[in-house]
Design a binder for this molecule. Structure first.
Ligand SMILES: Nc1ncnc2c1ncn2[C@@H]1O[C@H](COP(=O)(O)OP(=O)(O)OP(=O)(O)O)[C@@H](O)[C@H]1O
Ligand SMILES: [Mg+2]
Length: 235
């Protein structure tokens, strides 16, 4: 089924058409990249862990009233999703100051952010995903002001739900990135929610349990991804 050419090959996933016009096939590959693709590797099974965690969290969100593009898993690294017309805006929710927030603004790493801070980035690798604001999003015709408000509200609801679950496995949800897209006249949550897109810190040791382990050579990336998947999904 996935022997055909992908309609899109990203840095970590490939997207294929399926026989059903209302379903796309997303294959989570073992590629891992950081710093706009400047650092790249292939780590055996990485795609499986990200797919497993993503599917688990999409199902968890759905059970709590937040729909997404997720339809079902086809195999351990292949997800069937609703086809979305992606909106090139990354919706980032931050609960603790880290990463670019600390690099670009005078926050101390690890400082709690209460209420959470939403950051919007324009998704464009060639431009290095610059921060965007609501006026620019409207001026570019990417979303209306009402749509932005509704997406932000959904992002905060997702934050509450994810924090609750991630807290139970002894981790802090430091921040995470969401992507949304259009399906008919609805805007749905798309893409993935995984160790590539969330920043997770162990509550006791404050050590990273996410892609920062890869970015900054902090330890065994695959053991970390496997541990999060195991704690969250039991597999
Ligand atoms: N339901 C969906 N329908 C259509 N496209 C989707 C859907 N969900 C995610 N996508 C898109 O599929 C692609 C997934 O590939 P991937 O995440 O590897 O690439 P990328 O986002 O271009 O690169 P990177 O995430 O490394 O910046 C992304 O462009 C993402 O926006
Ligand atoms: Mg991506």
């Amino acid at each position: 089924m996935t022997e055909q050419e992908p309609i899109y090959r990203g840095k970590a996933k490939s997207v294929f058409r399926s026989d059903n016009p209302d379903e796309l096939i997303v294959k989570f590959r073992d590629d891992i990249t950081a710093f706009d693709g400047a650092k790249k590797d292939e780590l055996a099974e990485k795609g499986i862990y990200n797919a497993r965690v993503s599917a688990y969290l999409f199902e968890y969100l759905r059970a709590n009233g937040v729909p997404s593009h997720f339809v079902r898993m086809e195999d351990e690294r292949t997800m069937i999703v609703r086809p979305l017309k992606m909106i090139p805006v990354e919706v980032i929710v931050r609960n603790i100051a880290a990463g670019s927030l600390v690099r670009n603004y005078p926050f101390e790493e690890g400082a709690p952010l209460d209420p959470p801070v939403i950051v919007l980035d324009y998704k464009d690798d060639a431009r290095h995903d610059p921060m965007i604001n609501e006026e620019i999003i409207v001026a570019l015709g990417l979303m209306t002001a009402d749509e932005i408000a509704s997406v932000k509200k959904t992002a905060l609801r997702i934050n509450d739900l994810l924090r609750e679950r991630i807290d139970e496995i002894g981790l802090d949800l430091v921040d995470f990135k969401l992507e949304f897209g259009r399906h008919g006249d609805e805007i749905l949550l798309g893409d993935e929610i995984s160790m590539d897109s969330m920043r997770l810190w162990d509550k006791k040791t404050r050590t990273s349990m996410d892609k920062d382990v890869y970015r900054f050579d902090k330890g065994d990336v695959m053991a970390t991804y496997a541990a999060v998947a195991e704690r969250l999904t039991g597999a």
